[in-house]
Design a protein. Sequence first.
Length: 139
Amino acid sequence: MYKVSTLSLPQNNLTCLSAINDDVMLWHNRLGHASLSLLSKLAFEDLVVGLPSIKYNDEKACDACARGKQVRTSFKLTNCVSTTQPLEMLHVDLCGPMRITSRGGKRYVLVIVNDYSRFIGTLFLASKDETFEKISCVS
């Protein structure tokens, strides 16, 4: 915000204080990459002060929105096991803290999947610092 004293300016040339920009993509960026249909609705109902009532086309897309909507292709499925013995590779996931504690006072869930046999082990933990101790016991 700038404070401007208009008393020192010539009274016939005050147009320099008005900034008018009807660029659609500028308003799209200013309003957090809002959809152009939402911008049309805001302009039509005059809900945003200073938003020009111009036509917002759905044809345009900025680079950030285009990159955000890109979809990555899935990995190819493999039917063969990549490990040769049990406990060679483990997939570990620690979930929590859960909002509601269990009857035993546990708030975390540790899931361990053996890649060779696809055996799934589930352990319940009271705190995160128990994780290394539990994984050491399993392997």
